[in-house]
Design a protein around this ligand. Structure first.
Ligand code: AMP
Length: 394
């Protein structure tokens, strides 16, 4: 695959056409909901029968790297998109050759690898945490001496939700982290640990014509490396808000994005914004847009890849998105049937989204609530008094 592959010539995809989604998870499901409403049909490819997206679309049950299945997806669909970035390079090339993939494979190639991604970000004028490519224990030791501790060792490929990451706090952490990390066989990168005041994300959408819009920045809170809350509006100054939005705009432009790009950032204590990573797809931290913005990230992605005018991204109401993981499901189901006097007292409206996953495993994203509120503080107050996210394990 060519990292500089140009995007294909834009085509207008009109309602009635079939959108193929590589990956049948919750992001595909919510894309199908948004696009279905606009009159598009959906087909998804996913190895798990009755996948979250497969429940709302036609599904081809096959592995992601099954070329024959990818060819079938290409045959059935007028346009192809994906809901995760680790698309097999061979499959991506085949889809591009045999169908229309407006996002192109160049951006996937960049975001599949942390080092390529960092170089592309630097070329776009964005600041990233100081980093070093690591190929040996000696290089790791040298990089630790140069970047200082704490630092984070990450696999360059395949990591998500904190997997494939080792935080080095003391010099004595270096040896054991190297032993574990080198066992993965993946290329490695060491990053300086940013003492951030907040984590932010901005989602931008870009059409083939170059039209770009950003969604309001979300302030994200992770628990055990998994997104827990997105607070919108983010509790940041107007200057930081503007800078974060500008950063997402310039990254989308510089990378020639078509569709969505989620830009995750650290706001350091001194006010500096660092870009942590990119996702060329709808993002968990953009789920708040489903109930709180004039246009959701899913509708915007459909509009962008179909080359329709982008929707207004204005925020209609303060909101906190809170994830529902497997361990929260029992308490969520216990809460659901009854009226909630505390929600009424605080003036909040928790909007339920569940993804139709059969098994509620610990740490698995099962759904989310968009808690609409007169002020984000009221939504946070409701979440913190709720039994659903009680910290003890079920
Ligand atoms: P990532 O997989 O790169 O998104 O990292 C997962 C989480 O680990 C981030 O959301 C941060 O909370 C934390 N993290 C990752 N890299 C750094 C870093 N260089 N400095 C501080 N925290 C980090």
């Amino acid at each position: 695959m060519d990292g500089c592959a140009a995007n294909p010539a834009p085509r207008k995809i009109m309602p009635g056409a079939t959108i193929g989604v590589l990956g049948g998870g919750q992001l595909g499901r919510m894309l199908a909901h948004a696009g279905g409403r606009m009159g598009y049909r959906f087909v998804t490819l996913d190895p798990t029968p009755d996948s979250p997206c497969g429940q709302t679309a036609r599904q081809i049950v096959a592995r992601y790297d099954d070329r024959e299945a990818a060819r079938e997806l290409a045959r059935l669909a007028d346009v192809i998109t994906y809901e995760f970035e680790n698309v097999d390079a061979g499959v991506a090339a085949m889809l591009e050759a045999e169908s229309y993939v407006p996002q192109g494979s160049g951006l996937l190639f960049t975001t599949q690898h942390r080092l390529r991604e960092k170089r592309a970000l630097e070329a776009a004028g964005a600041r990233v945490a100081p980093y070093a490519e690591i190929r040996s224990l000696a290089e790791l030791q040298e990089a630790v001496a140069r970047l200082g501790l704490p630092a984070v060792l990450k696999t360059a490929t395949g990591g998500y939700d904190g997997k494939g990451q080792w935080v080095l706090r003391e010099p004595s952490d270096v040896g054991p982290a190297w032993a574990e990390a080198s066992r993965t066989g993946a290329e490695l990168v060491l990053e300086q640990f940013i003492r951030f005041a907040k984590e932010l994300s901005v989602i931008a959408a870009r059409r083939p014509s170059g039209e770009i819009r950003t969604f309001p920045p979300a302030e994200n809170v992770h628990v055990r490396n998994i997104l827990h809350l997105s607070i919108v509006p983010a509790r940041i100054s107007d200057a930081v808000r503007l800078e974060a939005e500008q950063l997402a705009l310039s990254i989308a432009e510089s990378l020639g994005v078509v569709g969505l790009i989620a830009v995750e950032m650290f706001l350091a204590e001194d006010g500096t914004l660092y870009v942590n990573e990119l996702a060329p797809r709808p993002h968990n931290s953009g789920h708040y847009t489903m109930d709180a913005c004039r246009t959701s990230q899913f509708e915007q992605h459909i509009r962008a890849i179909c080359d329709l005018p982008l929707g207004d991204t204005s925020l209609l109401t303060p909101v906190v998105m809170v994830n529902v993981l497997g361990e929260h499901m029992k308490r969520l189901m216990a809460w659901l049937p009854d009226a909630d006097p505390e929600a009424a007292r605080l003036g909040v409206e928790p909007k339920l989204h569940l993804y139709g996953k059969a098994e509620a495993k610990k740490g698995r994203k099962m759904g989310h609530l968009n808690v609409l509120a007169p002020h984000a503080d009221a939504a946070l107050a409701w979440i913190s008094q709720s039994e659903i996210w009680r910290t003890e394990e079920a």
